[in-house]
Design a protein around this ligand. Structure first.
Ligand SMILES: [Mg+2]
Length: 365
């Protein structure tokens, strides 16, 4: 099989409405923006699709670097092409969330060629998994508790806070939330890199006291040493490596220091499906978890393929809450189920919900 065409189709995306924030009023949702679909066509008549949050940036990469690199290549040689992207990255310094969109589309092609959903081609492990309700930042502790009750009523049995980004207030919220939901609901905390070491230690003690399952990215992830010091001062398990560059190559340092109890994986920040699976297997070598970051079809495939992942992240916003990841429905028991293939399953989704009009010329029938 050979790649015959690769292009980016720009798509206008309306602003998320109403918008939401992460801690201390840092914008969480996009305003109106230009997204993109990466489309890779082959001489076998199989077309691969992948989405990109930043269409204009990806189009620039494809026009200047990737098209000449990819046309004529065998799309099934994913490891080779993944390494070529790193080679080009040495000069380009690709945005971490844009570098491996190609890998995602190549897995779509390979899985369609095999007539399998991607998670089975990756090595299927399960057909369903619990989702956790991953909150945006709400305005007050009472509102967070109200949202938690709504989530439990909806069927979720696990809740992750993106809280205020104030160590003292977040500690208070965490203890009150535990008292509110009782001992049997899994609770997680995501700091979205809002703290320095001293505040991260203070909050870590409170999360431990409240019986939280994991403590995620309390500081920027530039310094593995700072995390080593945090790990020496708190008992709660740390989930790390969500936004570091270099896929398994940087994740390895969090393993080597012994600080991480779990590593973050995703298709969009950790090197596509190929990078995510490398990290997952690295983590598994040392009996660490590899928890999937983010929502949507691609991440649902990872959830079904990675043995040492335990949850799917379902982002919730607004009050009464709404779920952002509606392409992967959460059932009344708080579970998601394996996506339909073949491939990533965008065509299956479009058969139900309608395809993006911009992609009409690439769709058969
Ligand atoms: Mg996170």
């Amino acid at each position: 099989m050979k790649i015959t065409n690769i292009e980016v189709i720009l798509v206008d995306r309306p602003a998320v409405n109403p918008p939401f924030v992460w801690r201390k009023n840092i914008p969480g949702s996009d305003g109106a923006s230009v997204g993109g679909w990466l489309v890779i066509e082959t001489d076998a008549g199989i077309t691969g699709f992948a989405t990109a949050a930043r269409g204009v940036i990806l189009k620039d990469y494809v026009d200047r670097r990737f098209r000449s690199e990819m046309i004529g290549q065998d799309p099934l040689m994913r490891e080779h092409l993944w390494e070529r992207v790193w080679e080009l990255d040495r000069i380009e310094r690709f945005a971490p969330n844009m570098a491996h969109v190609i890998d995602v589309a190549l897995w779509d092609i390979a899985a369609k060629a095999a007539n399998l959903p991607v998670y089975k081609l990756l090595g299927g492990y399960r057909e369903s998994i619990p989702a956790y309700a991953s909150t945006v930042t709400y305005s007050s502790i009472p509102e967070f508790l109200d949202i938690a009750s709504q989530c439990l009523d909806r069927g979720y049995k696990a809740i992750k806070l993106h809280a205020f980004g104030d160590a003292k207030k977040d500690a208070e919220l965490s203890l009150k939330l535990r008292a509110h939901v009782g001992p049997d609901i899994a609770l997680m905390y995501d700091g979205s890199a809002g703290f320095d070491l001293m505040d991260a230690v203070y909050l870590g003690h409170a999360l431990d006291e409240a019986g939280f399952l994991w403590y995620e990215e309390p500081m920027r992830e530039f310094s593995v040493t700072a995390y080593k010091w945090l790990g020496e001062r708190v008992r709660i398990p740390l989930l790390l490596g969500e936004v570091t560059e270099g896929a398994h190559m940087s994740a390895g340092d969090f393993v080597a220091t012994g600080v991480a109890s779990a590593l973050r994986v995703s298709t969009f920040l950790r090197g596509g499906f190929t990078g995510a699976m490398r990290i997952a297997h690295l983590a598994d070598t040392f009996h660490l978890r590899a928890e999937v970051h983010g929502f949507g079809l691609e991440q649902a495939h990872l959830c079904m393929a990675i043995k040492n992942n335990t949850y799917y992240e379902s982002l919730i916003k607004d009050n009464p809450f709404t779920e952002l990841g509606q392409d992967v429905p959460v059932d009344k028991n708080g579970m998601i189920h394996a996506p339909k293939g073949p491939g990533i399953g965008y065509e299956s989704l479009w058969a139900e919900k309608g395809a993006p009009k911009e992609l009409a010329k690439f769709l058969k029938g």
